[in-house]
Unconditional design. Structure first.
Length: 383
């Protein structure tokens, strides 16, 4: 029976959105090859151990960093692929060209689909775009097809890397809409866990603390509402920080009134319960942000969204489910946020519309089925 290798670009036990992708990709692979015995997972390194949520029946897990160019290393991977009859590669964020691909193709890989959760490139035009198109054409061992989470991401492939559009597809990210759902019994879960007064509406963010995620914009927005406008009915809860990386943001508001209204809560495993007691979701990215899974998780839990007006993020909301504001403009963000905080009925209406949209367009089942459909179409001759 044909084997499939699900090849991750990251280390094992990655946390954040990648962990949920593990389950989604495994279920897709099961539908394609029919048995866990024919499914192989590869990670850049296994130093972090395995995700506790990985299915127990998955036993073929290897260390494989596709960026490595060493012949001895890649020859071992080639032997592994050949001996396990792996004819399909499903890669996560695997680019157009890598030396490892030659070894994979030589080992018997016939079909290679690369799924992208990040931008492939900045947009190009003219001679530069023509050069990228030529580079794609000359890359003999490149993936056969690329899947993207949004139209904005797809554009970075076609108008950034020069990949032909007919070699691309869009499959929206998916979540468990039963797990991420409103529940009044958790109305004060976050308040009580983070010592936030129950009379405050919680504005929520979850993600990495890197600059492009706009954490500084969230902090400035909070300072505007609290220090300048003197609001005492709101609290900002930011999750995802680790190893003290939040300190540079804490220094921005330390000693001001906002100090008692902003909480960095670290990395949490109880996000579904935390979201149930929040009022607004805030995504303030200042650089590219593909189509963050957190936006769908918030919407499914009936949080209206306030997001930067950026390619990719625009697709995370509709006019009925949230607001866009000019990226980096904390004053504009504060104005929109005040409107939401002052209008609970509007929050309720937007939240309900957001959940309806999430159920209809962003369920796990729709994502699994969408990916399966693409892989089956590309690998049809051997399936």
């Amino acid at each position: 029976m044909t084997g499939i290798l699900v090849l991750f670009h990251c280390e094992s036990n990655p946390g954040y959105a990648s962990a949920s992708h593990e389950i989604t990709f495994f279920k897709m692979a099961m539908r394609i090859v029919g048995s866990a015995d024919n499914i192989h997972f590869g990670y850049r390194t296994l130093e972090n151990g395995l995700s506790p949520t990985l299915p127990k029946e998955l036993t073929h897990i290897i260390e494989f960093d596709s960026k490595i160019t060493d012949h001895h290393y890649l020859s071992k991977i080639e032997d592994y692929v050949r001996s396990n009859n792996i004819q399909i590669i499903y890669g996560f964020d695997q680019p157009v060209k890598r030396k490892a691909y030659e070894y994979l193709r030589r080992a018997g890989v016939k079909y290679f689909v690369s799924y992208w959760g990040a931008p492939m490139s900045s947009l190009n035009t003219g001679i530069k775009l023509l050069a990228r198109k030529l580079q794609v054409r000359l890359s003999r061992h490149r993936p056969d097809h690329f899947i993207f989470q949004s139209e904005g991401m797809q554009l970075t492939a076609t108008h950034g890397c020069g990949i032909p559009k007919n070699r691309t597809s869009i499959v929206r990210t998916g979540i468990d809409t039963e797990k991420y759902a409103p529940d009044d019994t958790f109305q004060f879960y976050a308040h009580d866990n983070f010592n936030i007064p129950r009379n405050r509406s919680i504005v929520f963010f979850s993600g990495h603390m890197e600059e492009r995620k706009g954490v500084a914009v969230i902090v400035r927005t909070a300072m505007q509402l609290i220090n300048q406008q003197k609001r005492d009915d709101v609290h900002f809860l930011l999750l995802g920080n680790k190893h003290g990386e939040e300190q540079r943001f804490v220094d921005m508001f330390k000693g001001s009134e906002a100090e008692n209204y902003i909480t960095f809560g670290g990395y949490r495993t109880d996000l579904p319960n935390i979201l149930k007691s929040c009022s607004v979701g805030f995504i303030a990215s200042t650089g590219w942000d593909s189509f963050p899974m957190s936006s769908v998780e918030m919407a499914a839990t009936e949080l209206p969204l306030l997001v930067s007006d950026l390619e990719g993020l625009r697709e995370a909301i509709s006019a009925e489910t949230g607001f866009l504001y000019t990226s980096g403009d904390h004053l504009a963000a504060a104005e929109k946020l005040s409107e939401l905080l002052d209008n609970p009925e509007q929050r309720k209406t937007m939240g309900a519309a957001g959940r309806k949209r999430a159920i209809e367009r962003f369920s796990v089942e729709s994502q699994i089925s969408g990916i399966e459909s693409v892989v089956r179409r590309i690998a049809a001759p051997i399936l």
